[in-house]
Write a protein that binds this ligand. Structure first.
Ligand code: FCB
Length: 451
């Protein structure tokens, strides 16, 4: 058994997590540069100042990707590297970097997938009111235009946003990600609305300015995938209900972020629950937000099992004693990679791309010079088998991007969580291919047959 023909095997990264060179070649500051300097915000006060130094080592990194047989590479553009103040004057050196990177990726036979926003918001715009201001969606569309103008002769695949529910929730409500705000819920929902508008306007911009026919998606985080505890229809419906429910006044739900984008409306359950906190919605807003998309990106890491309890009401199933966890303490639930695409596909009827999946491990450099990570191989094997099952059941999954190619700066957890299939020695910047990378190479080469 293999994955469908044409299935795309890739790897993903993001700018702030790997590039480093935070103060070089005219890059402007981002909210993460400032957040990392806030005492106690990031583990050990670490930052992405240097990270994997990918800005200087991108050739070596792309050569590594090529040697692993990667077919596609998802990377993000640092907005403040391209527009140091967020808007206005562009920074040629920054644009040149993404130009060179794109060329190197293409020269290696790899298809670039570009994410426009993976959380490194320009500090200057934040100081001007950021996502709370009405103009913020136009700022984003203007930024998109600059990138599209420069790269779209070679780049065809785009993601507008990465995990809006996470950067809005953690950044503006919980305060544990940049910019570290704890705003009231009405303001958080205003930010969410402006982000959704920015998504819609960016899609319009990409479609109208692109020099080649674009394929556009949006990457969301089905944070904790609701997985049915059994194959009974009751359990499946219980899990589906939880998966698409809005039950808390926070950002961690699926429909608030995807219904507007695909259906052009907020979910009723959310509108009722959020009540007065829902922002006023302009008469054209929903038609701007709801643009035709070519795919939905799903970042899938873990899930939780549900069954139908009394009166068929969903009940969370307690974790088994001895449940496996990654070093980030995320439970290992391989079925998440079956049910997330299935539920999304059935509700939204858009092709799915797994835009992120992977695990943090306590990887160490072994005395024999290798990095042996059998847990990661087992993790990926379990998850990918479930994804294969989804394809077999007719769910339209087009590709898989492993998070991540390199160990990198894991946001508030600093460098404590190694997600890479390539180990990075942060002192020497030496890259060491882990066992899981060699294994992934075989998965790609066999289109999943070795699973
Ligand atoms: C996702 C983020 C990505 C990375 C992984 C582990 O939520 O999109 O940047 O941090 O988690």
């Amino acid at each position: 058994m293999t994955f469908p023909q044409g299935f795309v095997w890739g790897g993903a990264t993001s700018a702030y997590q790997i590039e480093g060179a935070a103060y070089e070649d005219g890059r402007g500051p981002s909210i993460w540069d400032v957040f990392c300097r806030k005492p106690g915000a990031v583990l050990q006060g670490e930052s992405g100042d240097r990270a994997c130094d990918h800005y200087h080592r991108y050739k070596e990194d792309v050569a590594l990707m090529k040697s692993l047989g990667l077919e596609a590479y998802r990377f993000s553009i640092a907005w403040p590297r391209v527009l140091p103040r967020g808007r206005g004057a562009t920074n040629q050196a920054g644009l040149d970097f993404y130009d060179r990177l794109t060329d190197e990726v293409l020269r290696s036979g790899i298809t670039p997938y570009v994410t426009l926003y993976h959380w490194d918001y320009p500090l200057r715009l934040h100081e001007e009111g950021g996502w709370l201001t009405h103009e913020s969606s136009d700022w984003f569309a203007d930024y998109a235009a600059v990138v599209v103008d420069r790269l779209s002769d070679r780049v065809r695949h785009w993601f507008t946003f990465n995990e809006p529910q996470i950067f809005v929730g953690m950044g503006y409500q919980e305060g544990c990600h940049a910019p570290g705000d704890r705003l009231d819920f009405a303001m958080v929902l205003t930010i969410a609305h402006n982000v959704l508008l920015a998504h819609g306007k960016a899609v319009q911009t990409i479609r109208s300015c692109s020099k080649t026919a674009p394929r556009i998606g949006y990457a969301v985080a089905p944070h904790e995938v609701a997985v049915p505890a059994s194959t009974s229809d009751f359990d499946i419906e219980a899990a589906r209900q939880v998966f698409f429910a809005v039950t808390k006044k926070d950002c961690l739900n699926n429909t608030w972020w995807t219904d507007p984008v695909v259906f052009g409306r907020y979910p009723e359950e959310g509108v009722n629950l959020f009540a007065k906190a829902v922002p006023s919605i302009g008469s054209n807003d929903m038609s701007i937000i709801c643009q035709p998309l070519d795919f939905l990106g799903l970042n899938v890491y873990f899930g939780r099992k549900y069954c139908a309890g009394r009166n068929d009401a969903p009940e969370a199933v307690p974790l088994e004693p001895g449940q496996a966890y990654t070093s980030y303490h995320w439970p290992v639930v391989p079925e998440s990679l079956y049910w997330a695409p299935k539920f999304y596909w059935e509700r939204y009827k858009l092709p799915v791309i797994i835009s992120e999946n992977g695990m943090a491990g306590s990887d160490v450099l072994s005395p024999d010079g290798g990095v042996h990570d059998p847990e990661r191989i087992d993790f990926l094997k379990g998850y990918l088998r479930e994804l294969m099952r989804a394809c077999k059941d007719g769910i339209d999954v087009r590709g898989y991007f492993l998070w991540s190619i390199l160990d990198n700066f894991e946001w508030a957890a600093g460098y404590s969580q190694r997600f890479g299939i390539v180990y990075v020695d942060y002192q020497t910047q030496k890259r060491i291919v882990k066992d899981s990378a060699r294994w992934y190479k075989e998965v790609i080469a066999s289109n999943g047959a070795v699973l």
